[in-house]
Design a protein around this ligand. Structure first.
Ligand SMILES: Cc1cc2nc3c(=O)[nH]c(=O)nc-3n(C[C@H](O)[C@H](O)[C@H](O)COP(=O)(O)OP(=O)(O)OC[C@H]3O[C@@H](n4cnc5c(N)ncnc54)[C@H](O)[C@@H]3O)c2cc1C
Ligand code: HEM
Length: 401
């Protein structure tokens, strides 16, 4: 618990953090990665370049200060960070380095406003949060049966083209077995050498947990006129062949739909957000469950609709599965009623039936897509506690602000 001495300083710094949060974390990363270039192997330098990670740490620090007395609000935030940290192998020894540079950055940006009392209060608050993260990360490593940072050497045993931009990679141990247990919805970190750096990216496991392989399905992030091509996804597409061995973390992630319930399961995905949903659907099918499932997917058109073969198999096998596919811009060859059911943007109001509203809702896709569906569900009277989401990037946590 935060001391009575530190509390007023932390409370007073919430508006200051709101104003300077991003500048503080930018300064923090620049000074830390300057002093410890080896940490560039841990951080996602794509997120560093596009600013997402700076916003995320700022958001976490701010959310912590703003919700210091509300353990319930902080618990899911901490859980997500713990799983992400475990997937990249964060160790207790990293925390003093981050703490030193974070406090140094607060001091540098706030200047004379960073009094010794304010810095002491933040030192205390940082270590409260760090202590919680270290303890939970230790428990997670222990439960998973791995050392922090331990990677599995997995052989690529099959590669399947799923759509114009998506390849599935089937991964097995070197002696041809499943790499291990996971919960449908979880992800792994994949390590690739990008020039002088090792870079890690997360990929949701996209097939059932009962299979003798892990499967990841990777969308190639092509260059646009504004942005450079994604580093790791393009390397995976261009350089990785069947027989290659990849360094992959064990499975982590707090997005793991509960499969054993009876309530309808509503899986809503956009684009490559289909991957964790397909893992859930395939896992459920192999459990022989009769639970009603509504699988809603939005894609640009059939050329960008990944994992269609899985969906077709599921439709044949699952008696209680309803699938609705929405294509934003169908191709001339796309057949309405067969390839897709509606065109344009997904409109949940047209799809959801009264019986669906008692369900558990899971969302994954681009952030604006998820925001739109989140609002649509609230508008239909679904309680936020029944809506769960996975973000394919650092969670910006602005819902806590
Ligand atoms: C939990 C989780 C699960 C995920 N599951 C999947 C999955 O199943 N399938 C999947 O395909 N992906 C998934 N992702 C996303 C994946 O981890 C990667 O983010 C994605 O593959 C892009 O990585 P990259 O190395 O190719 O791109 P990066 O090099 O990391 O670039 C990311 C983006 O930043 C932009 N960028 C880079 N440099 C700059 C710059 N200087 N200025 C502005 N913008 C810049 C790039 O153009 C690109 O759009 C998941 C992510 C998370 C967190
Ligand atoms: C109290 C201390 C810390 C806080 C509040 C914090 C917060 C966060 C947050 C919010 C994320 C993003 C999670 C998401 O994906 O949604 C994250 C990711 C990450 N953190 Fe931390 N963190 C802390 C300590 C550390 C330490 C000590 C390290 C080790 C150097 C570290 C390294 C990372 C890395 C490598 C990622 C993944 C980033 C990426 O993929 O770009 N963090 N952290």
């Amino acid at each position: 618990m935060l001391s009575a001495t530190a509390r007023p300083y932390i409370e007073a710094s919430v508006p200051v953090l709101r104003e300077h949060g991003v500048a503080i974390t930018k300064h923090f990363y620049a000074s830390m990665l300057g002093a410890h270039p080896e940490l560039k192997n841990l951080f996602n330098m794509g997120n560093q370049a596009n600013g997402a990670q700076q916003q995320s740490l700022a958001a976490a620090v701010f959310a912590y200060a703003a919700n210091i007395d509300q353990a319930a609000a902080l618990a899911p935030v901490i859980e997500r960070i713990v799983h992400k940290h475990a997937s990249v192998g964060i160790k207790p020894a990293h925390y003093p380095i981050v703490g030193r540079h974070l406090l140094g950055a607060i001091q540098a940006i706030l200047g004379s406003a960073a009094t010794p009392e304010l810095i002491a209060a933040w030192d205390e608050a940082y270590w409260l949060l760090a202590g919680e993260l270290i303890a939970q990360e230790a428990r997670l490593y222990q439960r998973t049966g791995v050392e922090a940072g331990e990677m599995l050497a997995l052989k690529v045993t099959k590669i399947v083209q799923e759509s114009d931009d998506v390849l599935s990679f089937y991964l097995q141990t070197l002696d041809g077995k499943s790499p291990g247990d996971f919960k449908a919805g979880q992800y792994v970190s994949v390590a690739m050498q990008v020039g002088p750096l090792r870079q890690l990216r997360q990929y949701s496991l996209s097939d059932a947990q009962q299979r003798p392989w892990w499967r990841i399905s990777v969308k190639r992030e092509r260059a646009t006129t504004e942005y450079p091509a994604g580093q790791v996804s393009n390397l995976l597409h261009e350089k990785v062949c069947v027989g290659d061995v990849l360094q992959v973390s064990p499975a982590f992630g707090d997005f793991a739909p509960r499969l054993e319930q009876d309530a309808p399961l509503v899986l809503i995905s956009g684009g490559i957000g289909i991957t964790p949903m397909m893992s859930v659907l395939n896992t459920l099918l192999l459990k022989d469950a009769l639970r009603p499932v509504l699988f809603i997917h939005a894609a640009q058109n059939s050329a960008h609709h990944a994992l269609r073969a899985d969906l077709a198999t599921a439709q044949q096998k699952h008696a209680n599965l309803r699938c609705v596919t929405v294509y934003e811009k169908p191709l001339a060859c796309d057949v309405r009623g067969e390839d897709y059911h509606a065109s344009g943007y997904l409109n949940l109001a047209d799809i959801l039936q009264e019986s669906d509203l008692a369900g558990e809702f899971y969302l994954c896709g681009p952030v604006p897509f998820m925001q739109a569906q989140w609002q649509a569900l609230l508008g239909k009277g679904v309680s936020a506690s029944h809506i769960h989401r996975e973000v394919f990037g650092p969670e910006l946590l602005n819902y806590l602000a």
